[in-house]
Design a protein around this ligand. Structure first.
Ligand code: SF4
Length: 379
């Protein structure tokens, strides 16, 4: 039913100007209380959804999970073990903001069982970091990577954003090269999107004053070229990894593995029939009251139909460079994908966006850049 767990830590030191994630400034909030609620939610979920497989991956995301102490992380992981069981050597990822870690805290996370550190670097330009509202400098990002290696992390990932205010292609190229000198095992590369109801939507209305779509697309292309040159595989639209260092947890999302989301705003997917999806209440207080009263804070339940499952399998599977196994699709849906969508596939192949081999359907490099144009054809 599920073998993956996501734990959402909804607090940050302060809110970044571009951020639309479920997170709030931590000032005045008791993280210990949040941890107790997360543990209680795990206990309630274990009773409500028995029969999961031992967890093969756990992802502490947010928000800023590195606001937790190593002891708090340890306690959460003990609770997940008690409630759901862990597989042998699970992948355990912690998202960390470089401005909130020390060598000692990283050592503590490693000792607590975290196997993979994902650092939200975003930029190596201190002027841009300040504009974004990040609480760290480029130097702190570099220190965090060095400390992570020193304390034993064998898998370290960096997140970078392109299409930032005033960013030129040349500056982006420099940022990519600087990232490569740190030798991360994994890189997530995002184009900046201006989300409604964020300070950025006011400061850059409709994206005015930011690199345009073509410039951002050129930066994403440059990332593909530069990182491929440095030995990274571009294994998913926004993700690059050294061989053997893909994020197993995120691969699970794209392969439609079942996962349970714990915490305010966290999403879950269970493989029942064609699949069930839901999200938790995103408002912290509403979520906290429900858990405090021994109720799961589920909302937005969606029981998927067969057609929903077909669409999801295609647009999630195509996100990965490996694409979709045509035989596996036929086994699951008792229908050949290449027959049902023959017209769409032909047209997209002619546009150079898709490639269909005898056993797989996948995006081309150009298709990865224009993926939304591909996905709508399968809805
Ligand atoms: S640290 Fe991440 S989650 Fe927190 S406000 Fe900034 S972008 Fe959002």
């Amino acid at each position: 039913m599920f073998s993956r767990l996501y734990l959402h830590i909804p607090w940050c030191l302060s809110k970044c100007g571009y951020c639309a994630f479920h997170s709030r400034p931590v000032a005045g909030h008791d993280l210990h209380q949040t941890c107790l609620l997360l543990i209680r939610e795990m206990e309630l979920a274990a009773a409500a959804f028995p029969g999961n497989q031992p967890l093969s991956s756990i992802y502490l995301g947010g928000g800023t999970p590195s606001l937790l102490t190593p002891q708090q992380v340890h306690t959460l992981l003990q609770a997940s073990q008690r409630c759901f069981g862990h597989a042998a050597s699970p992948e355990i990822t912690l998202e960390a903001n470089p401005g909130t870690v020390t060598r000692s805290s990283l050592h503590g996370y490693y000792q607590a069982g975290v196997t993979r550190l994902s650092l939200g670097v975003q930029s190596f330009d201190n002027r841009i970091l300040q504009l974004l509202g990040r609480v760290h400098t480029a130097e702190e990002c570099c220190n965090a990577v060095i400390w992570a290696r020193q304390v034993g992390f064998s898998t370290v990932g960096l997140d970078l954003i392109c299409g930032l205010p005033g960013q030129t292609e040349e500056a982006w190229h420099t940022a990519l090269k600087r990232a490569c000198t740190l030798k991360p095992d994994h890189l997530s590369i995002y184009g900046l999107t201006v989300e409604e109801e964020t300070p950025f939507a006011i400061n850059y209305p409709g994206g005015a004053g930011l690199p345009d779509d073509d410039q951002t697309a050129a930066m994403l292309e440059l990332a593909d070229t530069e990182l491929t040159l440095h030995g990274y595989e571009h294994y998913e639209i926004a993700n690059f990894a050294r061989p053997g260092c893909r994020s197993q947890h995120n691969c699970g999302y794209w392969q439609r593995d079942g996962y349970l989301g714990i915490g305010p705003g966290a999403h879950s997917f269970l493989q029942q029939e064609w699949g069930t999806r839901w999200g938790n209440q995103s408002d912290y207080d509403t979520w906290a009251v429900a858990i405090h009263n021994n109720r799961l804070a589920e909302t937005q339940h969606q029981q998927l139909t067969r057609d929903d499952a077909v669409s999801e399998t295609i647009f999630l599977g195509l996100r990965m460079a490996d694409g979709i196994s045509l035989d596996r699709f036929a086994e699951e849906f008792d229908e050949r994908l290449e027959h049902r969508f023959s017209e769409e596939i032909n047209q997209l192949q002619q546009l150079g966006l898709l490639v269909c081999s005898p056993d797989r359907l996948s995006l081309t490099k150009r298709g990865m850049l224009l993926s939304n144009q591909v996905f709508v054809r399968f809805l």
